[in-house]
Design a protein around this ligand. Structure first.
Ligand SMILES: NC(=O)C1=CN([C@@H]2O[C@H](COP(=O)(O)OP(=O)(O)OC[C@H]3O[C@@H](n4cnc5c(N)ncnc54)[C@H](OP(=O)(O)O)[C@@H]3O)[C@@H](O)[C@H]2O)C=CC1
Ligand SMILES: O=C1O[C@H](COP(=O)(O)O)[C@@H](O)[C@H](O)[C@H]1O
Length: 407
């Protein structure tokens, strides 16, 4: 029997004043806004970034009078080509509504490379023309650059933005950049990337994104764990046998080899999305909900993870991966990985955290599965496998359910 529980689980209302401004409390959020999606020809842009912008537009956070959206990438396509690529991924894209039409008209495309001035000069000119058409005083407008690109090109792109596309002077306007995961390939490259970007932009201008943290149930994990007495006494090694954090997709790279093959499934999914989830599942209660307090508790979890043993890792590559023309014929990149993590602390000693991620599998699913221990002195002889579990499903649709043991 599966029962749906109703635990305290709330959605924090989105506060307009927080949009793009939570670290910049004194900066006015008015005036002409240009949002520039770099890597606009790619998968992230069409599946997530443009649809998210459309949702902001529909909810009134992006005003027709103030906003313009620019796509930038190397692929040579027209404005309409880009709009056609995006259309099918918008919630109402197939029956082109007025909202869809108006939104698409906000989008212009500029083509150029990621490491040469010409393209960025053309981009700057297109942005400036838009700002001029809105009678925006130079320096008073806002420019947001979203890097929907492989991290390997962040340094040249950031240098080009800094040299050619900044808001010209500081009259209340700003220039900000959003960078995607994975943040580098390893500790050394992450630190190098941090210092390269840090030399060009001030910290409040830099936004690092992990979209799993935007999923409603991921955001709710802290409320669920720390605002419900039901869970407080159970959430530990005395009651929990193991925790599985699983990501499965039923599609492969689909032409994303240019990015994916350089990184593989561990860097694409496990190191960021799944580890963030693991931290929220395993951490102690933070002092408050301030970002730095939450971060401090996450760091303690990560510091308590023991080195992963080779025999507790499985890697694989799906058959047909190398048939994708964007993947090199000799690629050894894993598209599947499982690793067992052990957290060496008072709460979790002896509880395996099983992290699994794979592409081109037989189903699509992202979930946290908390398997409870069997009850002591069990008098029932029923089948126990797959029962006594608490499941938080993050994908394809978000849900919480419990698999109880019942005859
Ligand atoms: N796809 C998704 O659902 C998600 C992706 N992300 C992140 O977004 C970023 C981009 O991923 P995604 O859009 O999927 O990948 P894509 O392979 O689709 O790459 C995006 C664009 O980047 C350019 N590009 C690709 N490979 C290279 C390369 N080796 N060198 C220079 N430019 C390249 C291409 O544009 P052009 O050739 O036209 O210049 C491409 O259209 C990654 O960091 C990923 O982790 C994050 C969350 C979800
Ligand atoms: O970050 C990424 O996430 C997507 C999956 O996101 P979801 O919200 O649809 O679960 C994945 O396809 C992509 O490889 C990866 O870069």
């Amino acid at each position: 029997m599966a029962a749906v529980g109703e635990w305290h689980c709330e959605k924090r209302p989105f506060d307009k004043s927080e949009s793009f401004a939570n670290n910049n409390e004194n900066v006015p959020e008015t005036g002409c806004l240009s949002i520039i999606v770099l890597g606009a020809s790619g998968d992230l842009a069409k599946k997530k970034t443009f649809p998210a912008l459309f949702n902001l537009y529909r909810q009134g956070f992006l005003q027709l009078n103030d906003v313009h959206i620019f796509g930038y990438a190397r692929t040579k396509i027209s404005d309409d080509d880009l709009r056609d690529r995006i259309k099918g991924y918008l919630p109402d894209g197939n029956d082109v509504t007025e909202d869809v039409k108006n939104f698409l008209l906000l989008i212009k495309y500029v083509s150029g490379s990621y490491d040469a001035p010409e393209g960025f000069q053309a981009l700057d000119q297109a942005i400036s023309e838009h700002e001029f058409s809105k009678n925006s005083t130079e320096g008073s407008s806002r420019r947001l650059f979203y890097l929907a690109l492989p991290p390997s090109v962040y340094p040249p792109v950031c240098r080009m933005i800094k040299s050619h596309c900044m808001n010209k002077s500081d009259l209340g306007g700003w220039t900000r950049i959003v960078v995607e995961k994975p943040f580098g390939r390893d500790l050394e490259s992450a630190e190098e990337l941090s210092s390269q970007i840090g030399e060009l932009f001030e910290e409040p201008q830099i936004y690092r994104i992990d979209h799993y943290l935007g999923k409603e149930l991921v955001q709710n994990l802290l409320v669920l764990r720390f605002a419900n007495r039901l869970f407080l006494p159970l959430w530990n090694r005395d009651n929990i046998a193991n925790v599985q954090i699983v990501f499965r997709e039923d599609f492969g790279t689909d032409g994303r080899g240019g990015y994916f093959d350089q990184y593989g499934i561990i860097r694409d999914i496990i190191q960021n999305h799944l580890l963030q989830v693991l931290c929220l599942v395993a951490m102690e209660k933070p002092v408050s909900l301030k970002p730095e307090h939450i971060r401090d508790e996450k760091v303690k979890v990560l510091q308590s993870v023991l080195p992963i043993k080779d025999e507790e890792v499985v890697l694989g590559q799906y058959e047909g991966y190398k048939d994708d023309p964007t993947v090199p014929d000799n690629s050894n990149t894993p598209t599947f990985a499982t690793a067992i993590l052990h957290i060496h602390n008072e709460r979790w000693e002896g509880v395996p955290f099983i992290l699994k991620a794979g592409k081109a599998l037989n189903s699509r699913k992202a979930e946290i599965r908390v398997q409870f221990k069997e009850v002591p002195g069990d008098i029932f002889k029923c089948q126990k496998q797959g029962r006594n579990e608490f499941v938080i499903r993050l994908q394809p649709s978000e849900a919480i359910y419990m698999k109880l043991t019942a005859s």
